[in-house]
Design a protein around this ligand. Structure first.
Ligand code: SAM
Length: 198
C-alpha cells in the first residue's frame, strides 16, 4: 500500500489534484484508528487517497461510499482503488454530492466532508438523518488559510467561502447531540462526534 499511496501523491502533485495534506492526514489517521468505522461516506473523492486511508484504518468489514464531481478524477480513483487490496470495500460515485446524497442509505458511522467547502452546511443537514448514534463527521479545510478565525478581512474572492465555513462551525457547535473539536492541523479539521444523547 505504501508504494501505491506514494504513486498517488506523485499523481496528485503532477496533475494538481488536492489530497489531504500531511499534517491533516496524521490527525485524520489517528481518528480513524480510534474510531475504526464500519460504514463510511466521503464527499470529495479526488483520486481516492483519503478513501484508501479509511479502508486501511477502518474496521476489517468497512464499506465506503465516496462521491466525486470530476469524472476524470473519479476514473483515476477507481483505477487506483482497483489496484489496492480494498477494491471490494470502496464504491466511487460520480456526480454532485448533494444530488447523489438523495439516493444514499445510512446509517454511516464516519463521514468525511471534503467536497465544495461552501456547501458543508448543506451537506451536514443532508447527512444528519443518515448518521448512526455514535457517528463522527470530519470536515477538512474549515480554517481556510487562517481566514476563518482571523479578525482580518479575507480577500474578496474568499469572502463567501470564509463566511460559509464560519456558518458551518456555528452549525455543528449548535447542533444538539454533537460535540465538535476544531483541530488546527493542515487547513483545519472540524471533528464532530455524535454523543448518542440525541
Ligand atoms: N478527499 C480527497 C483526499 O484527501 O484524497 C481530496 C478531495 S479534494 C480536496 C476535493 C474534491 O471534491 C475535488 O476532487 C473536487 O472535484 C470534488 N468536488 C467539488 N465539488 C464537488 C461536489 N459538488 N460534489 C462532489 N465532489 C465535489
Amino acid at each position: 500500500m505504501e508504494a501505491l499511496l506514494r504513486e498517488m501523491e506523485d499523481y496528485g502533485a503532477r496533475h494538481h489534484v488536492p489530497i489531504i495534506n500531511a499534517q491533516a492526514r496524521s490527525a485524520f489517521c489517528r481518528i480513524l484508528r480510534e474510531e475504526r468505522p464500519h460504514r463510511a461516506l466521503e464527499l470529495g473523492t479526488a483520486i481516492g487517497y483519503s478513501a484508501l486511508l479509511m479502508a486501511m484504518l477502518g474496521a476489517d468489514d468497512i464499506e465506503i461510499q465516496s462521491m466525486e464531481l470530476n469524472e476524470e478524477r473519479a476514473a483515476a480513483a477507481r483505477e487506483f482503488i482497483r489496484r489496492s487490496p480494498y477494491k471490494d470495500r470502496i464504491v466511487v460515485m460520480s456526480g454532485d454530492a448533494e444530488k447523489l446524497l438523495e439516493d444514499v442509505r445510512g446509517p454511516f458511522d464516519f463521514v468525511f466532508l471534503d467536497a465544495a467547502k461552501g456547501q458543508y452546511g448543506r451537506y451536514f443537514r443532508r447527512i444528519l438523518p443518515l448518521l448512526s448514534s455514535r457517528a463522527v463527521v470530519v470536515a477538512d479545510n474549515v480554517l481556510f488559510r487562517g481566514y476563518v478565525r482571523s479578525e482580518e478581512k479575507p480577500p474578496r474572492r474568499y469572502k463567501t467561502i470564509v463566511k460559509r465555513l464560519r456558518e458551518y462551525i456555528e452549525l455543528v457547535n449548535h447542533t444538539p447531540g454533537f460535540v465538535t473539536e476544531i483541530l488546527e492541523k493542515g487547513d483545519g479539521l472540524a471533528v464532530s462526534r455524535r454523543n448518542g444523547a440525541c
